[in-house]
Write a protein that binds this ligand. Structure first.
Ligand SMILES: [Zn+2]
Length: 418
């Protein structure tokens, strides 16, 4: 089972927007670019929303059938480990093996000796085709990287073999993710991480390193976009080289766990991908849920009321909601309007504050981040929230489609707006 050159991870918290998400993929296809949709959902999200992996499979199958999509599509067991993977085995055909928690765990001296010895051919001046500078590699370089990442690679091997035993060879796509950690991995780290993953016999098709800079949820990149793009391009070249020398799958590509909306990075990423004829998996986060809120607010009446109530409850429970996302949100409370103010807002005021349009003076990055982590509130509202979505399906769906198409697919995959 092979993942195509371009793919996009489209999380959908409540599983209602699959068709609207597909409309964006179909629009891209009509404009000449084939993108494989991948419905990703992590164990953390399932737990908070109260859904099961089978629900995601049902949503994906339904969306594809309803829209007549003839291309590939996948269901991603996102950020799983040995302890959480079992309930995803039947429904997923894409597995993101998250080994970030194993970074820095000790490896034995015997393991580190063997790892260092097996890579001694790369000692000296390491040249990666396409990268102008060379890297100076000593035993110590390899051993230091091994100390940091060998245990994580070994764990990835254990998770992979666990899934392999259940599903059989070739029946699923493997991604390895190391993004949910505090220190970024350099292109040289990535080179030796790929060596370790190849050593574990993992046929990985995508890899998600932690890139330089901050990738907060639902908001633009925080950091130096030029530095990001430089390292991103080097990572692309490292992958191309690693495929050849470590005998990894030829379609191996980067997976960018973007947290969504990294608009300032898309143009540079696009240039690097085109320059090196490389593929990409863009994993977006739960911004489809924010488009639901935008659609409800825009609908006015009972829709706006639900959106206002979500805001009020989120405001009251901010600490609790942020806890699972502590490293990927940064909210300035003093910039959050009080619920009393928001309760008096018109549709337009709510939408303008929430929609990710940096040119709009009313856009509020703090409000957006708070609502991003507030999907638990909507999950608790249950039927009231779901029935509001159903009543305002059209306007919600239009916002979902437009968000994926205009803000993500166009700048990264199409390179222009219509
Ligand atoms: Zn991630």
């Amino acid at each position: 089972m092979q993942l195509e050159k371009y793919s996009i991870g489209i999380g959908d918290r409540f599983g209602r927007e699959g068709v609207a998400q597909m409309e964006a993929i179909i629009a891209a296809q009509k404009r000449g670019v084939e993108i494989t949709p991948v419905w990703n959902k992590s164990n953390r999200e399932h737990t908070i929303v109260g859904t099961l992996p089978d629900d995601v499979r049902r949503e994906a199958d339904h969306a594809v059938q309803a829209t007549g999509w003839k291309g590939s599509y996948r269901v991603d067991a996102d950020h799983i480990g040995v302890k959480t993977v079992d309930k995803f085995i039947a429904s997923a055909d894409f597995f993101t093996l998250d080994v970030a928690d194993f970074i820095g765990l000790p490896a034995s001296d015997t393991e580190l000796d063997a790892f260092t010895a097996s890579l001694s051919a790369f000692k000296g001046e390491l040249k990666i085709p396409g990268i102008a500078k060379s890297f100076t590699v000593t035993d110590d370089t390899i051993r230091t990287i091994g100390k940091k990442y060998y245990a994580a690679a070994k764990e990835a091997g254990a998770i992979y073999r666990h899934i392999l035993a259940a599903k059989g060879a070739g029946a699923f796509i493997v991604e390895v993710s190391m993004d949910e950690t505090d220190k970024p991995q350099t292109p040289l780290d990535l080179f030796f991480i790929l060596a370790a993953l190849a050593g574990e016999g993992i046929p990985l098709q995508t890899v998600a390193p932690k890139f330089v800079g901050e990738f907060h949820k639902g908001v633009d990149y925080i950091g130096d976009p030029a530095q990001f793009v430089r390292e991103f391009e080097e990572d692309v070249l490292v992958l191309a080289h690693a495929v050849n020398i470590f005998n990894l799958p030829a379609n191996l590509k980067l997976s960018v766990h973007s947290g969504s909306d990294k608009f300032s990075l898309y143009p540079g990423m696009r240039s690097a991908l085109l320059k090196h004829n490389a593929g990409i998996h863009l994993k977006t986060a739960g911004t489809t849920w924010l488009e639901e809120l935008i659609g409800l607010a825009a609908a006015g009446g009972d829709g706006l009321e639900v959106a206002q109530e979500v805001y009020a409850q989120a405001y009251a429970r901010l600490d609790e909601l942020c806890k699972p996302y502590a490293t990927v949100v940064s909210i300035d409370r003093s910039k959050l309007p009080s619920p009393a103010v928001v309760n008096g807002w018109t549709s337009k005021e709510y939408v303008d504050a929430l929609r990710h349009d940096q040119s709009c003076p009313a856009y509020n990055v703090n409000l957006r981040q708070m609502l991003h982590v507030a999907f638990r509130i909507a999950a608790e509202m249950g039927e009231r929230y779901m029935s509001a979505l159903a009543r305002h399906e059209k306007i919600v769906g239009a916002n979902v489609t437009e968000n994926i198409l205009k803000r993500h697919v166009e700048p990264l995959f199409l390179g222009s707006s219509k």
